[in-house]
Design a protein around this ligand. Structure first.
Ligand SMILES: Cc1ncc(COP(=O)(O)O)c(C=O)c1O
Length: 440
């Protein structure tokens, strides 16, 4: 697979206003937005050496949380904590109201109906739910079409389902630019297609997949499409009706909400046809010693005490993102992505994977630095206060396709500044000079 190598050495001026916090999103300065995230004022290092301001560039792994989210969780526990849907006292009713209000907020965020919103622990659990439950409706021998760029969360659950239900898996290839080979759709799908599961944004390449051809193809064949939106919801407007998808999964923690809360959107008619994923309290209507009947949607899929604080935190994160404006966030991150592409291209010996065209990608940059192991790159940068991730990014088949075992990955969030991109580029130059083979 081709990779985006060092292309130019032309100097790249930073976006005029994005350097030190004078930039703005939705009319709010970056300086004031950054002040909403207490952790961003931390300094890193210091034991015997100098400490450095934190530049958090690991947002694809998880994002930091604004005060509005932290305060919403605290308020919930200080005022309304109780179990939901079962206690008739005031606190029980308040907790239930808060939980259901969060569900309605998520529904509006995705342009769905609240009965189509199932709270899960995260994207992983949401995909496992569909893989375990929807596949029971498919005849043995059916095919699940995935792509070569999926996160293990959108691969392994299908492997388990294929093993247990006699299904087969097929894969849409990734081309040299790090985009899906959509012209191969028909060939890749085969003749017994039962479902397509595809990510909206790759966690390794940053590629924004054009799903319109995939959903049109699926529609013609009456086959549902599951969209893994884990790397999309925090960065792009996501609308399930506009996408015309049947299932969509995401995790709160990658969009400024707490860990342990996520969402599965499912089209009402499909969820009605599906059997529960897990059994327990909340998801039943009647129970005898021998058998049970199921609660209505969405509760049929929410067994046990739910993560109410997570739902409340997710609602606060959605409010936060929408107050800034999802288009405004996308535009700002787009500007930073263009700048980061230019700065990374200037780093000698750096091989960057993924689309060259800024409009085709988000601010996720996986790369290798000649002669320096990605783990050493990440450690070197961390010593200077810059937080990156290194490894296989839970996408081993994609890395195998790229011909590598590991990459370093920098990923942007809405609070990152061009100063931080400069620190990254300077840190990489330093790592190459100190640890690498030198200029190529
Ligand atoms: C594209 C993609 N899908 C799914 C997941 C799984 O998310 P979680 O671990 O929050 O369930 C991730 C996490 O990195 C991801 O990047």
């Amino acid at each position: 697979m081709g990779a985006l190598g060092p292309l130019s050495t032309a100097s790249s001026p930073a976006p005029a206003t994005a350097a030190t916090g004078e930039a703005s999103i939705g009319g709010r300065s970056l300086a004031s937005i950054r002040a909403d995230f207490p952790i961003l004022s931390r300094r890193i290092g210091g034991a015997g050496g100098p400490s450095h301001p934190l530049s958090y560039l690991d947002n694809a792994a998880t994002t930091q949380k604004p005060l509005a989210v932290l305060e919403a969780i605290r308020r919930y526990y200080e005022r309304s904590n109780a179990n939901v849907h079962r206690s008739l006292h005031t606190l029980g009713e308040e907790a239930t109201a808060a939980y259901e209000q969060a569900r309605r907020r998520v529904a509006r965020f995705l342009n769905a109906d609240p009965t189509e919103i199932i709270f899960t622990r995260g994207a992983t659990e949401a995909i496992n739910l569909v893989a375990a439950s929807f596949t029971r409706t498919l005849p043995p021998g059916s095919t699940i079409l995935l792509t070569e760029m999926e996160h293990h969360s959108n691969l392994v659950p299908w492997q388990l389902a294929a093993r247990d239900r006699g299904l087969s898996l097929r894969f849409l290839p990734v081309g040299p630019e790090g985009t899906l080979e959509l012209q191969d759709l028909e060939k890749a799908a085969g003749r017994r297609l039962g479902l397509i599961a595809v990510s909206l944004v790759s966690n390794v390449l940053g590629t924004i997949n054009d799903l319109s051809r995939i959903t049109a193809f699926a529609r013609e064949r009456g086959v549902p499409v599951l969209v893994d939106a884990a790397q999309a919801v925090g960065h792009l407007p996501v609308d399930v009706r506009a996408l015309d998808c049947d299932f969509l999964a995401f995790s709160g923690h990658k969009m400024y909400a707490p860990m342990g809360i996520g969402v599965l959107y499912g089209r009402h008619q499909l969820l009605e046809r599906m059997e529960p994923f897990m059994g327990g309290g909340e998801m039943i209507r009647t129970v005898t010693l021998e058998r049970s009947t199921w609660n209505e949607l969405p509760y049929k899929f929410e067994a046990g005490t739910p993560n109410v604080e997570g739902a409340v935190g997710l609602e606060a994160a959605i409010d936060y993102l929408e107050a800034l404006g999802r288009e405004a966030v996308r535009d700002y991150e787009g500007e930073m992505t263009r700048y980061a592409l230019r700065r990374l291209e200037e780093v000698k010996g750096l091989t960057l994977y993924g689309p060259r065209e800024p409009g085709l990608r988000t601010g996720v940059f996986s790369f290798q630095l000649a002669g320096v192991h990605p783990h050493d790159v990440a450690q070197w940068l961390d010593a200077g206060g810059v937080a990156l991730r290194a490894g296989h990014h839970c996408a081993q088949p994609l890395l195998a396709r790229l011909g590598v075992n590991a990459t370093a990955r920098a990923s942007l969030g809405l609070y990152n500044l061009s100063d931080e991109v400069d620190r990254l580029a300077r840190g990489l130059e330093g790592a190459r000079e100190a640890l690498g083979r030198g200029p190529e």
